[in-house]
Design a binder for this molecule. Structure first.
Ligand code: ADP
Ligand code: MG
Length: 485
């Protein structure tokens, strides 16, 4: 009797899953459906949680990022007893799998009953679903071994757009959404931790979803060099070149690492030119603009800048707040706005550090379950980190360095003179004091003999100027580096 009910339920779920699949197929298109959703199957259902089996962890990440909300919504509407959906990796790849293997009975049944299904990864590399639980998954050597895995969290959806990165974002989106090659190469550059790698992965994910047959290769310049040197050692450069033949989109991250490596540059130049001539898309990133890259041969430098060059500026306050809020949502944490603003105000160096601080705050408060996140708890949890920011620089040092840099005196910086030659450096010094120390606006104001609204105005003004005025942005970066030492 009980068994019959289970059997009936299973049939109901299978039926519903079939209907959901038809709907998803029209929504996402046949290609994406065949690549990502067709290989899924219904597993067990317990306590409102529906287990869906996925053949690999890679697919699981992708499906969770791109389809899980939609699947849940459609299914919940059809069957309100489904409260949430859990994606379970089928045995073979994921070490967690042993605990779930019963959920995957139906997938295993399906595999045994039908010829080996395949999932197409980039560029027609075929990922066969293993028929034997102990058999490891086999990748097609040629393209898979070139590319390194993409981070499933680095998508366009999780990228927060603000004034400082909107141009780079628009360029990245344009490439991801175009059927042809809108500009070649796209050269992204910025300081560390400002989103270059995130954007490159986002482009790759987007293209993979739209055109799963495309062969996308993403690798760091270091990996490119490593592979090339290895090919030289084994006298196998023809095979090395051959690997790039079938690439539709080539992304090389952090090309500044090629500086001074003449033979690698030569090889890269060759690969680069032939891919461009064949109309393949190339995307590169570096920490400097092509013209500022030291140790890169001039013909390669000029070739690098012949497409579109897009830089990402240092973050501004609004963007940092947006990123913290977004990240907190991703981590299912209710973060008071005041705390998001506090973090964005204090941690200005790069986004990686900002995310790290947020994770620390969340982890601590979760451990002390029930404790609310407030500015006080945040200050407490991050006190070492914030103190080290303070230790790095004092407002006095900032005033001194800025005065020296602009060839005026510290007295003038602190004075009430409004001449631009003095007023602008003063605003820059206030901005740097806000960025590099954890002093409050009134505290900074006192050091300049001004009130906090003047400081606030100065900070905003400089943030705007950094975006509009490249040379001023560079001056500020130089000052920051000087002060950071
Ligand atoms: P880069 O390659 O420029 O050094 P990354 O792309 O590795 O920087 O970014 C560092 C971290 O900051 C990553 O975790 C990334 O997801 C995050 N990040 C950077 N920019 C953004 C943004 N605009 N929105 C959300 N997260 C971002
Ligand atoms: Mg990077």
């Amino acid at each position: 009797m009980a068994e019959n009910t289970i059997k009936n339920n299973e049939d109901v779920f299978h039926n519903e899953w079939g209907q959901i699949c038809s709907q998803l197929k029209t929504e996402v298109g046949e290609k994406a459906f065949d690549s990502w959703l067709k290989p899924l199957s219904v597993g067990t259902f317990t306590n409102g949680v529906m287990n869906i089996c996925v053949p690999t962890r890679f697919m699981r990440n992708w499906v969770i990022t791109n389809y899980s909300d939609r699947i849940h919504k459609i299914w919940e509407k059809k069957n309100p007893s489904i409260k949430s959906i859990n994606f379970v990796v089928q045995a073979g790849e994921d070490p967690m799998v042993g605990t779930h293997s019963s959920s995957c009975r139906s997938l295993l049944k399906h595999i045994v009953a039908s010829p080996a299904p395949s999932i197409y990864l980039s560029g027609g590399s075929v990922l066969p679903i293993s028929q034997n639980e102990n058999e490891s998954v086999v990748f097609n050597e040629s393209s898979q071994s070139l590319s390194v895995p993409l981070n499933p969290l680095y998508t366009f959806d999780s990228f927060v757009v603000g004034k400082t990165n909107e141009f780079a974002y628009a360029a990245a989106r344009k490439i991801a959404e175009s059927d042809n090659v809108p500009f070649n190469p796209l050269f992204l550059y910025s300081g560390v931790g400002l989103g270059k790698t995130h954007l490159m992965h986002a482009i790759a994910w987007h293209i993979k979803q739209r055109s799963p047959e495309k062969n996308i290769v993403y690798l760091s310049a270091e990996k490119f060099m490593y592979k090339f040197v290895r090919a030289l050692r084994y006298k196998d450069t023809t095979a090395f070149k051959e690997q790039f033949r079938s690439v539709d989109v080539l992304m090389v991250d952090d090309v500044q690492f090629m500086s001074g490596k003449d033979s690698t540059q030569e090889e890269f130049f060759y690969t680069f030119n032939s891919l461009i001539e064949e109309g393949r898309q190339i995307i590169l990133s570096a920490d400097k603009s092509p013209s500022d890259l030291d140790g890169i041969e001039s013909r390669l430098r000029s070739r690098l800048s012949c497409g579109l060059v897009a830089d990402i500026h240092p973050t501004d306050f609004e963007l940092r707040v947006g990123i913290v809020q977004n990240k907190a949502r991703q981590l299912n944490c209710e973060l008071p706005n005041k705390v998001a603003e506090f973090l964005a105000q204090k941690i200005t160096t790069n986004i990686r550090e900002l995310e790290g601080a947020l994770r620390r705050v969340i982890a601590h408060t979760q451990l002390l379950s029930g404790k609310e996140i407030s500015i006080e708890t945040t200050q407490d949890i991050l006190k070492d980190m914030l103190r080290s920011y303070d230790r790095r620089t004092t407002i006095d040092e900032i005033q001194k360095k800025v005065a020296e840099y602009f060839n005026i005196s510290v007295k003038e910086i602190q004075s009430s003179r409004r001449a631009r030659t003095v007023a602008r450096p003063r605003q820059i010094a206030m901005y740097l004091a806000k960025q590099l120390t954890s002093r409050s606006l009134p505290e900074i104001g006192r050091k300049f003999d001004r009130d906090h609204t003047t400081v606030m105005h100065a900070v905003r003004k400089v943030e705007e100027l950094i975006i509009e005025d490249k040379s001023l942005a560079e001056n500020i970066n130089t000052l920051k580096r000087m002060l950071d030492m």
